[in-house]
Ligand binder design. Structure first.
Ligand SMILES: *Cc1c(COP(=O)(O)O)cnc(C)c1O
Length: 348
């Protein structure tokens, strides 16, 4: 039996039906290229409406490009970015921020549950030796975090105040921003610009698209000439409409929110099932990820590809907009086969 990849990541899922249909609809006939089409214009307007603010909106292909270009836009080569030690920009982007900024440095810091902590950031700043170190310029948070947790609005406000009082800016890696909004039940503005976020990378891929992440500058001045930066980095789609139309579909009739709610709810069920197998869940389940302590013996019998996130034995099980009851039941059955936990599959 081929191991299922259903829970390895939220990008093992395909494209959601609404996005797929929108791409097909936009595919007919010809349209202006390089973002001069009507779908791209509507998308940017819809993003401004959703965030309830007049902001600059750009579309790039993936999250690495969004983060790297957004941070390069905020930094000069001698600037630095404070982030969490588990941050995607620090661990999973092959130095893209450093590369595109032409010399900026990431300063990873520790913090419980994947979240930045003021004392740790204070300490990191104190270790910068004026002009002998990079000049701290940006704090980058991830919302939802790499560990599946979310920052509450007040936590973001506190970090934003910390940043702004030091003439620094606040960036959000929002690859799973939708999951965070769904989890908090808030309006997008409440955990972005109203809380002090200057730039948001708003992810669509994990929420049901083939590709395409938004870079949103809430201070329009900060986004000046970003289109040149994106083009130079190979991030300007000539057939922009096939990327923009599915995004627009995601933001129509709350599809983005329903997709995120589905993923978050699936993770809650998964967590309950895993708990019934007497498996330790090591982090709060606030979005679409479940982090569990599993022996390698259990993992090998689960018939599922799982991502080992923290050595030696913490695995990440990820749900998505597409996670089905059958997939959850199959995993539950495999858990039962691997460990004595009668009733887990029946419970589902
Ligand atoms: C998936 C992800 C990204 C984007 O990754 P790409 O593969 O470049 O699209 C960025 N940040 C976080 C936290 C992610 O999980």
């Amino acid at each position: 039996m081929t191991p299922s990849s259903a829970f390895a990541s939220d990008n093992t899922a395909g494209i959601c039906p609404e996005a797929f249909a929108a791409m097909e609809a936009a595919n007919g006939g010809s349209a202006a290229s390089y973002g001069d089409d009507e779908w791209t214009a509507h998308l940017c307007d819809r993003v401004r409406e959703l965030f309830e603010i007049d902001c600059e909106v750009f579309l790039v292909f993936n999250g690495t490009a969004a983060n790297a270009l957004a941070l390069a836009q905020l930094c000069r080569p001698f600037h630095s970015v404070i982030c969490h030690e588990y941050a995607h920009i620090e661990n999973d982007e092959c130095g893209a921020v450093e590369f595109f900024s032409g010399g900026s440095k990431l300063i990873p810091t520790r913090g419980t549950n994947g979240k930045l902590e003021l004392a740790e950031m204070e300490g990191a700043l104190a270790r910068q030796h004026e002009l002998h170190s990079h000049k701290p310029r940006v704090i980058s948070i991830t919302q939802a975090t790499e560990l599946g947790t979310v920052y509450a609005r007040e936590e973001i406000e506190t970090i934003a105040d910390f940043a702004h009082s030091r003439a620094m800016l606040l960036h959000t890696d929002g690859a799973r921003f939708a999951n965070a909004v769904a989890s908090l039940g808030c309006r997008p503005k409440e955990i972005s610009w109203q809380a002090g976020v200057d730039v948001l990378c708003f992810g669509g891929t994990k929420n049901g698209l083939a590709a395409g992440e938004l870079v949103v500058f809430f201070d329009k001045q900060l986004g000046r000439e970003f289109e040149y930066r994106a083009k130079q980095a190979g991030q300007l789609a000539s057939k922009m409409r096939v990327v923009a139309a599915p995004w627009l579909a995601l933001l129509t009739d709350e599809v983005w929110l329903r997709n995120a709610e589905h993923a978050n709810a699936a993770a809650k069920r998964l967590a309950e099932m895993v708990r019934r197998c007497d498996v330790e869940i090591v982090l709060p389940v606030q979005t679409n990820a479940v982090f569990a302590r599993l022996s390698s013996g259990t993992v090998s019998r689960l018939q599922a590809q799982l991502y080992k996130f923290i050595e030696p034995d913490i695995y990440r099980l990820m749900c998505s907009w597409a996670t089905t009851g059958e997939e959850l039941a199959e995993l539950a059955g495999n858990f039962e086969a691997a460990r004595p936990c009668a009733g887990a599959a029946a419970w589902l």
